[in-house]
Ligand binder design. Structure first.
Ligand SMILES: *[C@@H]1O[C@H](CO)[C@@H](O)[C@H](O)[C@H]1NC(C)=O
Ligand SMILES: *[C@@H]1O[C@H](CO)[C@@H](O)[C@H](O)[C@H]1NC(C)=O
Ligand SMILES: *[C@@H]1O[C@H](CO)[C@@H](O)[C@H](O)[C@H]1NC(C)=O
Ligand SMILES: *[C@@H]1O[C@H](CO)[C@@H](O)[C@H](O)[C@H]1NC(C)=O
Ligand SMILES: *[C@@H]1O[C@H](CO)[C@@H](O)[C@H](O)[C@H]1NC(C)=O
Ligand SMILES: *[C@@H]1O[C@H](CO)[C@@H](O)[C@H](O)[C@H]1NC(C)=O
Ligand SMILES: *[C@@H]1O[C@H](CO)[C@@H](O)[C@H](O)[C@H]1NC(C)=O
Ligand SMILES: *[C@@H]1O[C@H](CO)[C@@H](O)[C@H](O)[C@H]1NC(C)=O
Length: 246
């Protein structure tokens, strides 16, 4: 009975996190405010698929907009900010709402070729996945900044190209929040300057490296003997200083 109660509590906690967790790209910007949860409550809406098309032509997001792939319910924008063609800074506020004592992050880009109206996909990862730790599971202020997210060398991106940066934050129950920014690639001199005001790491946000078990050798591998061997991703409990280069 006690076990059943604790399972229920976990489920309730997960639902609360699902309803409230969000992420904000503070540099170089975002498509717009998608921190909205509206429409009929999910518990009264058994037919919902996450996005409800209403009779009057508007949409409603009973679980929240940011859960929508690929860009958190936001369409492509035309007010592009400029971003260095070789890669640049990315600053993120991860704890806008509760549920992010821990979170995995992924950053991808979508590339718009000449003549295309939007990127065909967001299948180009530009940093290795990593985990952040926040001070607690409530809302917290603060941000982290990757000062130099480099573009993969084999993509040969040029000044004037349009790309979309997609930031994904997974909540502790595994569901993913999406936020994007549409940028025009430019010479670094033409880009809003990166400063300690718009790009910094708050002291109470930590980083954990994520790697696969294949990267483990010797003694470390024995940690994974037993039932947990199926766990493929491990967050090492080391504060790391790896450069975000591919
Ligand atoms: C683009 O415009 C929208 C709507 O005004 C705004 O919310 C958003 O922050 C702008 N994005 C950038 C990158 O300037
Ligand atoms: C559309 O309908 C919904 C549900 O009745 C309502 O909440 C919303 O305000 C309406 N929007 C417009 C633009 O009429
Ligand atoms: C829900 O929020 C989105 C984003 O602000 C808005 O476009 C939509 O019209 C809202 N839906 C309703 C029913 O209010
Ligand atoms: C980039 O996007 C803008 C609109 O946001 C468009 O005017 C421009 O033509 C696009 N550039 C290229 C190279 O597709
Ligand atoms: C994604 O789009 C790129 C062009 O940006 C293309 O080369 C690549 O094949 C696409 N990948 C997938 C998995 O569709
Ligand atoms: C969570 O951490 C933030 C930042 O340290 C702090 O301001 C806030 O009071 C903490 N909330 C709780 C419930 O401990
Ligand atoms: C570019 O390099 C990345 C690894 O850095 C690789 O995963 C990707 O498949 C390559 N893409 C192309 C188009 O060669
Ligand atoms: C923030 O921490 C990450 C991970 O250690 C590091 O790569 C990045 O350079 C730091 N950002 C700043 C602005 O120092």
């Amino acid at each position: 009975m006690a076990d059943f109660t604790s399972i229920l509590l976990v489920v309730v906690a997960a639902l609360l996190g699902l309803a409230r967790a969000h992420t904000v790209i503070t540099y170089p910007g975002w498509r717009g405010n998608n921190l909205h949860t509206n429409g009929t409550l999910p518990e009264d809406n058994p037919d919902t698929i996450g996005i409800d098309l209403l009779e009057n032509g508007t949409m409603a997001f009973p679980y929240g907009m940011q859960w929508m792939y690929p860009c958190g319910g936001m369409p492509m924008t035309t007010n592009r900010t400029k971003w260095p063609y070789g890669g640049g800074a990315l600053s993120i506020q991860p704890g806008w709402f509760p549920g992010h004592a821990k979170a995995f992050f992924y950053v991808n880009i979508g590339i718009q070729e000449q003549g295309q109206r939007a990127p065909p996909n967001y299948s180009h990862p530009v940093v290795p996945p990593f985990q952040i730790t926040g001070p607690n599971n409530s809302e917290y202020n603060g941000q982290f900044c990757l000062p130099q997210v480099r573009m993969p060398a084999n993509l040969s991106l040029a000044v004037g190209d349009n790309i979309t940066i997609q930031v994904i934050e997974t909540a502790q129950h595994g569901a993913a929040l999406y936020s994007c920014v549409d940028v025009e690639l430019a010479e670094p001199a033409d880009v809003e300057q990166v400063t300690p005001q718009n790009c910094y790491n708050s002291t109470d946000i930590g980083f954990n490296l994520v790697f696969t078990t294949e990267a483990l050798t010797g003694g470390a591998a024995s940690l994974l003997s037993g039932p947990s061997t199926t766990v493929a991703m491990v967050a090492a409990v080391v504060m790391f200083g790896f450069a975000f280069v591919l």
